[in-house]
Design a protein around this ligand. Structure first.
Ligand code: PLP
Length: 391
């Protein structure tokens, strides 16, 4: 090779979902594959949304660049939605529309930290969070996300890993990979700790639409001073089944939004216009449809819990919610990667090994149970229950 690649990128592990998909190619079970690896909705977008986007393409209202921070009606609608869902105060100017939540995260990190700074990720983490930090030369510091008998990080653990180069802590609720839903009081504690430490609190709420809308997921947007500390990330990918439309958001105070505008301008100019039209249509028209999907996910979670209790009770469900369950597997002398590969190849069930989500996770598997119909849960649990690692 005649040129030199960035070693920071070279050091990062290969994209985990793509790697795990290969394991299923060796499925020798003669059983149809059950893919519980990636968090992709198993249903189509609402037909009226699809019609609307097609019409926008035909009439020329979605084919050009938009404002860098997104189309004004979408920023307005999302600000109104968040204000109402969180019983708080979010304005148009607080909102940046991004090409998916991953881009929102990358933009936030780029705005906050330079090489040599550090950011705290509770472990297990969402692997793309860690990968981006490593590529940027930003040190990853960790606190435990699984403590005693719950999958909740503790705010009081922050101070011990913070120094004057710490820029942020990243929380995800409902969590990927554990499914844990962080109680509002826990988010309050993290907010207060971050204020004291003068670092940002990044909260990724990609899966918030699968929570009961009767209660606000947290109370942070109701605080007068939320813009000093909070950076909220969100995705339109999941509940609206728009993973390919690439549309998400970042909500923060004015200095962060100003910085993020520069980042988005360089990496994408704007989020896809069609995706923004789809997101706006969803926010304005699909509340009932969204609730149906939430209830469907709840049914899938209930079906999974019952099936595991019946057929695979030696896999302990450490936590679960929204899209994911995190299981402690019973094969204590075998690593999670070996188990996940073995399950794919001998049983045709694709899960992800805990080891893809950070240090100390070899005893766990992640199941994206929301990918498959409730009727398949018994089959999946039976196959896990029968599985024995090869000696
Ligand atoms: C926690 C979390 N954040 C962000 C994303 C990516 O969202 P988007 O499709 O909007 O980039 C995912 C996707 O799996 C996720 O689990």
């Amino acid at each position: 090779m005649s040129y030199v690649l960035n070693q920071f990128v070279g050091n990062v592990a290969a994209p985990p979902i793509a790697e795990s998909a290969l394991w299923l190619e060796g499925n020798s079970s003669n059983l149809p594959a059950i893919n519980l690896s990636q968090a992709v909705p198993s249903y189509l977008p609402a037909p009226e949304l699809a019609e609307h986007v097609a019409q926008c393409m035909k009439d020329g209202s979605a084919n050009l660049y938009t404002d860098i921070l997104g189309i004004p009606p979408l920023r307005d609608a999302l600000a109104a939605h968040m204000s109402s869902a969180y019983r708080g105060s979010v304005h148009h100017d607080d909102v940046a529309i991004t090409a998916g939540c991953n881009q929102a995260y990358c933009a936030a990190v780029t705005a906050l930290a330079k090489p040599g700074d550090n950011i705290i990720l509770p472990a297990p983490w969402y692997f793309n969070n860690q990968m981006w930090l490593e590529m940027q030369g930003i040190e990853v510091r960790t606190i435990a996300a699984i403590n005693d008998n719950d999958a909740l990080p503790r705010a009081e653990h922050l101070a011990a890993v913070c120094d004057d180069r710490t820029r942020a802590v990243v929380l995800i609720s409902p969590n990927n990979p554990t499914g844990a839903v962080y109680p509002p009081a826990l988010l309050d504690e993290f907010f207060d700790a971050c204020q004291n430490l003068k670092i940002a609190l990044i909260v990724d709420e990609t899966y918030k639409d699968f929570l009961d809308p009767a209660r606000a997921p947290h109370n942070l947007f109701a605080r007068d001073n939320w813009r000093e500390t909070l950076v909220q990330l969100y995705s339109f990918s999941k509940v609206y089944a728009l993973t390919g439309a690439r549309v998400g958001s970042l909500i923060a105070g004015p200095q962060m939004i100003e910085a993020v505008e520069k980042v988005i301008d360089c990496v994408a100019i704007c989020a896809p216009h069609t995706g923004q039209k789809a997101a706006l249509f969803g926010l304005q028209n699909l509340d009932d449809w969204k609730q149906q999907k939430r209830l469907m996910m709840k049914d899938r979670l209930d079906a999974m819990s019952m099936a595991f209790a019946k057929y695979a009770s030696d896999y302990r469900i450490v936590s679960s919610g929204a899209f994911f369950a995190y299981l402690a597997h019973p094969h204590v002398n075998h690593g999670a990667r070996e188990i996940a590969m073995g399950l794919a190849q001998q049983s045709g069930v694709l899960t992800l090994p805990g080891s893809m989500f950070g240090p100390g996770q070899d005893g766990y598997l992640r199941l994206a149970f929301a990918n498959v119909d409730a009727s398949l849960m018994e089959d999946a649990a039976q196959r896990l229950g029968r599985y024995r690692p090869q000696a």
